[in-house]
Design a protein around this ligand. Structure first.
Ligand SMILES: Nc1nc2c(c(=O)[nH]1)N[C@H]1C(S)=C(S)[C@@H](COP(=O)(O)O)O[C@H]1N2
Ligand SMILES: [Mo]
Length: 255
């Protein structure tokens, strides 16, 4: 019987053949890598999306199709018990934010149609059923923190103001009063039972820098979507403008 461990003698011709095969594989892989790089390098952003090269956006969109497709509207994000140790969320981002505390004349603007805007006061919102949530807030910059919020579910809000038909559109859009920060949210995530218009943090009125009088809390998304100091809310079948998506980030930003 032949010994499996028997060494094969290394002859010059065998060595040459091995070298040629290895070199061939190397050239092939290098060519594939270079071709891939060239495709991405030569690709241009498109007119509609001038911020990132089209192949990168395609990858983000494929991700969105996959994760949006498997998104279960009734699957809840993990929640936590209040152990009395929950700290204010670490501050991050102040784009589009005012340093003036809001006064009693503040109204949430709900743009239903051109020339048809609902104006809703904070106390109106506080009279709606209140939902509290304690969840792990995640920022794309790589930090996360358990945080505690109170407010009204977007789905309860929609029902109360009879804007179900508007909210049946594919997206909800939000922007700050000055329009400096803006996000777009797919309908399923906006209407998710843990998505709230929050006016409290840790059982206290929302601090200004944390988004007073009203911010979005949407545990199924990364922090970039939790817009602080909401000025205008609207629904649309076209994707609303989104601050970070326009700088090349993922529009969907799901968790
Ligand atoms: N208006 C506004 N909202 C915003 C931002 C911002 O720059 N401006 N930053 C976002 C980001 S990236 C994060 S992580 C969270 C942080 O919220 P916090 O400051 O309450 O921690 O707010 C989000 N909402
Ligand atoms: Mo963030």
């Amino acid at each position: 019987m032949k010994d499996k461990n028997q060494e094969i003698p290394i002859t010059d011709s065998r060595l040459r053949r091995k070298t040629i095969v290895a070199f061939g594989i190397f050239i092939l892989l290098a060519a594939v890598a270079t071709a891939g790089w060239l495709i991405i390098y030569r690709a241009k952003p498109t007119a509609e999306d001038p911020y990132i090269r089209a192949p990168f956006r395609k990858i983000l969109q494929a991700n969105e199709a996959l994760f949006g497709g498997i998104f279960q509207p009734n699957n809840l994000s993990k929640t936590f018990k209040n152990d009395g140790q929950i700290k204010p969320l670490r501050l991050n981002g102040n784009i589009g934010m005012s340093t003036e505390p809001p006064n009693d004349s503040w109204r949430l603007k709900v743009a239903r149609a051109p020339g048809d805007t609902l104006l809703i006061s904070l106390s109106d919102l506080q009279h709606l059923p209140k939902t509290e949530i304690i969840f792990d807030f995640k920022c794309i910059e790589g930090w996360n923190q358990v945080s505690h919020w109170g407010g009204v579910k977007v789905s309860d809000f929609v029902k109360h103001y009879h804007i179900d038909s508007e909210a049946a559109q594919q997206y909800m859009g939000l922007r700050t009063a000055d329009g400096g920060y803006f996000v777009g949210i797919d309908r399923a995530s906006a209407m998710h039972p843990q998505t709230i218009l929050a006016y409290e943090m840790n059982g206290q009125p929302l601090p200004l820098k944390q988004g007073a009088p009203l911010r979005l809390i949407i545990p199924v998304k990364y922090g970039i979507k939790h817009l602080k100091q909401i000025g205008v809310l609207f629904f649309s079948n076209n994707p609303p403008r989104d601050y970070w998506a326009e700088l090349g980030y993922d529009y969907y930003s799901g968790l």
